[in-house]
Each structure stands twice: as structure tokens, then as C-alpha cells.
Design a protein around this ligand. Structure first.
Ligand code: NA7
Length: 542
């Protein structure tokens, strides 16, 4: 079925932020590259996730590229947390500004990538019949790009409108006068619920597991403040890249309350700890998770933060039974991704919103008319599925990736992903993964991590070019030690107790392995840089 074979120095899979920056950097090295992208535009996550209320839970001024001062100076973010259409516009702007589109083939799914031992290159094939040969194959496939549909009988029988949050139509969707149901109360559901509730006649929220959510304290960005911030952009960016955190550094903007972390729970009285949490709550955003320095390490500190949030939920939600159902009790706060919301809890005070707990009585089936729980059918005109993703490994394992001697990635990872630094896999020469499992990835500001990975890979490829090397491969021992280290770090935290998609727990049959590296972006960068300085320790070249 392959029509013709094209030759490139590198093939990149995915035209999200990672793929775009890769292409830009490869060109700087005078290397030819082609991106294959499944969507019909750039933007990755921000191309697909168009559901009502979709916006970034990281602050705009940090969740943006830092590689071009001109770009960061000229682009104006409107809000503290940019809405999806604005981020997509930004992605398009980047693609045009750096003339990226001519090397991107859209609406094309990569189906296989096979390494050839004899010629030491990759053969990449697509669903459109392309066959490309490249020295390097770089997976920029995203951590949350394969939607997970719920395993509920009868979905196909539903006669109303059925929408998936992560595959939202490009045309406007109206809920006016409708009975709407939504399954899923993770970040996507929590963003969509308040917006749908404003329009629908009635909204039924089917909640299996309550999640912790903190207020975003979103709002328009003050222009004077932004221009002041931009004067010091380099210093801010530098700050985002260091420290044990997630890559947001000193960005704490509206209202401007200084969070005095890291202060450990044992160092402060109950009143002082409450004051720290109160400041973080008012200040808004995921930084709440570092209000007390050891919240994610120490059960006592975590319990204190949980109880603070329970009080907030009970203060906000008028009906005590609904409030109680919204209080998560089966995981430490932050061990499932903390949600960042606009009016989420308050939405349950509306007369047109009902919370249906399906924790003890799972959804039995979806009928032609609606959702059946405990024998009762909730009749609906529209059903929204916000049921998550096959995270971190899903997109990689859907491609038939075969490394040296025909080894399949799906076999190598049958008991869970194994990677050196989340960047390279032993037995898969010249294959790189951007923000792969074993790197800070979903625990970090994605843009910070993407730029760091791409820069590291470009240094490595530059090194190979200079030294006329053909092949780079992670060594088995280095990979084994790294996997052990990632687990060790995870086990020092409360994360493994979360039962979340970080562990693969949301996908039936998926091995339970804590996939991201939890030590923070700063230490991770230092390790990567030290490996480079040490002659790429743990990598072999020829
Ligand atoms: P999440 O956070 O994985 O949330 C998925 C939600 O869907 C979660 O509440 C699930 O409940 C629920 N779910 C899944 N299957 C079912 C069934 N069968 N019945 C009831 N409820 C179900 O995905 P999101 O898209 O919200 O967020 C993913 C990330 O995207 C987010 O962290 C941001 O980084 C962006 P469960 O918890 O499994 O009981």
C-alpha cells in the first residue's frame, strides 16, 4: 500500500508543542524532518480538547515557549489561565511565525516504525500510505492523547447526542433547553460542568470518584503587570527551570500572595498551617499543593490539607449531602492530578444540577434514552463523556514500534514502561520520546519539560554530527537503574496511593507502575546535564 518512499534525517510523530519545537530545532542543525500529525492542524492536546470550559491549568505566562524572546514579547495572553481557543491560536501563530507547516503532513496517523539493523535507520509507515526512512525517529505523541472510553454496556444504543470531551466537534454545540448528562469528574469534567450547567435545562453529573479541586482565581491579566513581568522574562524562565517543583518557579500572579514554601507541617502550628493553605487557596491554582512543603510526602501534612479542602467544600455547597459526596475520601490530596476550577463546587448550588454518585452503584447501562443507575434511567438529550485517557504509554503503544532485532515495544513494556530518563529506550537505537514515562512529564509544566527534552536531544544529535556517529542507544544497565530510581522517588511520596492514571489504574489490564518522575524539573535537568557532561553516561554510540 506504500506509494513512495521519502528520506529524512528525522521523522517526528505529532505536531503539538513538542513536535513543533523539535522541527524548529532540527532545522537549525540543518537536518531535514517531516512531522506526521493525526489532526488537521497543529496544537496537539489543544487541537482535540475543545469541550466547553477547556483551558490550561498552568498559568499562561509560564505555559508558553521560552526559546524565542521575540515570540514571548509579542504574544499577549488575555487571562491568567488561557482558554483552549487562545492556546490553539498561539500554536498556530508559532507554526506560522517559524514557517513550520510546510514540513507537517496533517490528517496522517503513523501506524508503524521499524528499525532496520543493517542500514541503521527507521522505516515509518502511515495510514495514508506514506513510507519514510529516517535516521532518527522522535515520538512527540503527547502524554494524554489517547481517549479512554468507559466500559459501560449500551453506549452505542444511546439515541441522543453523544460527545467525547477529548474529541469535541469543531462546530458550536448547544445545550439550551436540554437534559444533559456528563460522566467523569476529572480535570475535563470539572472544567466543563460549570459551563454546561449555565446553559442546559438540567445537568446530571455521574460521579464515580470525587476529585480534589482548587479555585483557579482566574481573571484577565493586568497589562501593566504583564509588561513588568515581560521585562524580567529571562529571569522568570530561569526560575521555572530550577527547584524541586513542577516548573512554575516564582510565577504566582493574581492575587499576588507570596507562598512561603517549603515550610514543613511539623515546623508550624495548626493556625499557621491553615493560614498557609488559606493564602494558597485565595491565590488560586495548583500551587496549593506546595502550600505546606511536605504535603505530598507526609500523610499528616496531607490529611491537614485534605481537611482544609473538606471545610471549603462544606462552606460552599449548601446541601450537606451533596457536599459530603464531593469530598474525596479514597486518596491523599494531589496523588490524583489536582483539578483547578472556576466555580466548580458552587455549581452544585444551582437548581438545575444534580450529582448522582455511581461509586456504590456503577452505571448499569446506557439505554436509548439515557443513563441507568440502580434501576433508574436518567433520561437525557445529550451525554458527554469526560472519561480520561490511556495516559503516557497509550499513544506510543498504539504504533507498532520495533527496535533492534525486531523487538516490539509493546513486548518490552508488557509489565510497564521502561526507559532511560523518559528519553530513550534500550534496544531502540536512535528513537527518542519527548516527555516519556520516567521523566517529570505530567507532573510538570509541559512546556518547560518539552523544551528541556528537545534541547537535550538536539545537543545529543549535534554531538553525533560533530563526531560522525551514526547510532545512539540507551544502555540496558542505565535504563534498569533509572527505572529503579524513578520507583524509589515515587515511593518516597504519597503518589502511589492515588490509584490514578499516573499509575495506569484507569485502564483495565494496564500494569500499575508510577510513570512520571517525581523529583521535580530542577533535579531532573541537573541529572540530564550531568549525563551529557559525563560523555553521555549510560548511552552507547557508534
Ligand atoms: P481523568 O482525570 O482520568 O478523569 C476521568 C473521569 O472519568 C474520572 O472521574 C473517572 O472516574 C471517570 N470515569 C471513567 N470511566 C467511568 C465509568 N465507567 N463510570 C463512571 N465514571 C467513569 O481524565 P480527564 O480528561 O478529566 O483529565 C485528564 C487530564 O487531562 C488532566 O489531569 C489534565 O492534565 C488534562 P474514576 O476516577 O476512574 O472513578
Amino acid at each position: 500500500m506504500a506509494s513512495s518512499t521519502e528520506q529524512f534525517d528525522a521523522v517526528i510523530v505529532g505536531a503539538g508543542f513538542a513536535g513543533m519545537y523539535l522541527l524548529h530545532r532540527l532545522r537549525e542543525l540543518n537536518l531535514s524532518a517531516r512531522i506526521y500529525e493525526a489532526g488537521n492542524d497543529v496544537g496537539g492536546t489543544w487541537y482535540w480538547n475543545r469541550y466547553p470550559g477547556a483551558r490550561c491549568d498552568a498559568e499562561s505566562l509560564a505555559y508558553s515557549f521560552s526559546f524565542s524572546s521575540e515570540l514571548e514579547q509579542e504574544w499577549e495572553w488575555s487571562e491568567r489561565y488561557a482558554p483552549q481557543p487562545e492556546i490553539l491560536k498561539y500554536a498556530r501563530h508559532v507554526s506560522e511565525r517559524f514557517d513550520l507547516r510546510k514540513d507537517i503532513q496533517f490528517e496522517t496517523l503513523v501506524v508503524s516504525a521499524h528499525y532496520r539493523d543493517d542500514s541503521e535507520d527507521w522505516v515509518i509507515e502511515t495510514d495514508k500510505g506514506n513510507r519514510a526512512i529516517a535516521k532518527y525517529c522522535i515520538m512527540a505523541t503527547g502524554c494524554l492523547s489517547v481517549p479512554q472510553l468507559p466500559d459501560i454496556p449500551g453506549i452505542d444504543h444511546f439515541q441522543g447526542n453523544l460527545y467525547q470531551a477529548s474529541k469535541w466537534p469543531h462546530e458550536p454545540v448547544s445545550f439550551t433547553g436540554q437534559r444533559v448528562g456528563i460522566i467523569g469528574t476529572g480535570s475535563s469534567g470539572i472544567q466543563a460542568i460549570p459551563v454546561i450547567a449555565e446553559e442546559a435545562d438540567h445537568l446530571y453529573v455521574f460521579q464515580r470518584t470525587a476529585n480534589f479541586s482548587v479555585p483557579a482565581a482566574n481573571g484577565p491579566l493586568d497589562r501593566d503587570w504583564v509588561s513588568e513581568f515581560k521585562k524580567n522574562y529571562r529571569a522568570h524562565r530561569k526560575n521555572h527551570k530550577i527547584g524541586n517543583g513542577s516548573g512554575f518557579g516564582d510565577l504566582q500572579i493574581e492575587p499576588r500572595i507570596e507562598i512561603k514554601a517549603p515550610i514543613l507541617r511539623a515546623e508550624v502550628s495548626d493556625d499557621e498551617a491553615t493560614a498557609l493553605l488559606e493564602d494558597a487557596w485565595r491565590s488560586g491554582g495548583a500551587k496549593f499543593m506546595s502550600a505546606i512543603g511536605d504535603q505530598l510526602m507526609n500523610e499528616e501534612a496531607n490529611k491537614f490539607a485534605r481537611e482544609f479542602v473538606y471545610r471549603k467544600i462544606h462552606e460552599t455547597v449548601k446541601d450537606p449531602e451533596t457536599a459530603e459526596l464531593l469530598c474525596p475520601t479514597n486518596h491523599p490530596i494531589g496523588t490524583r492530578r489536582i483539578c483547578v476550577d472556576i466555580n466548580y463546587y458552587d455549581t452544585y448550588n444551582r437548581d438545575n444540577v444534580s450529582l448522582i454518585s455511581v461509586e456504590d452503584h456503577p452505571i448499569e447501562q446506557i439505554t436509548e434514552k439515557g443513563v441507568q443507575v440502580n434501576g433508574e434511567v436518567f433520561e437525557l438529550d445529550t451525554l458527554v463523556l469526560a472519561t480520561g485517557f490511556d495516559a503516557m504509554t497509550g499513544a506510543l503503544l498504539r504504533i507498532d514500534i520495533q527496535g533492534a532485532e525486531g523487538e516490539k515495544l509493546v513486548d518490552k513494556w508488557h509489565a510497564g514502561p521502561r526507559s532511560y530518563l523518559g528519553l530513550a529506550v534500550a534496544g531502540f537505537p536512535n528513537l527518542f520520546t519527548i516527555t516519556g514515562p520516567g521523566s517529570p512529564s505530567v507532573l510538570s509544566n509541559m512546556l518547560v519539560s518539552i523544551e528541556q527534552h528537545v534541547d537535550w536531544i538536539m545537543d545529543c544529535i549535534g554531538h553525533m554530527k560533530t563526531n560522525e556517529l551514526t547510532v545512539v542507544e540507551a544502555e540496558q544497565l542505565a535504563e534498569d537503574q533509572w527505572v529503579e530510581h524513578v520507583n524509589e522517588v515515587a515511593n518516597m511520596t504519597l503518589f502511589p496511593n492515588g490509584g490514578s492514571w499516573y499509575l495506569g489504574a484507569n485502564v483495565k489490564g494496564k500494569p500499575r507502575i508510577f510513570m512520571p518522575y517525581a523529583a521535580g524539573v530542577g533535579p531532573y535537568r541537573e541529572i540530564c546535564d550531568a549525563i551529557t557532561a559525563d560523555g553521555y553516561k549510560g548511552f552507547s554510540f557508534h
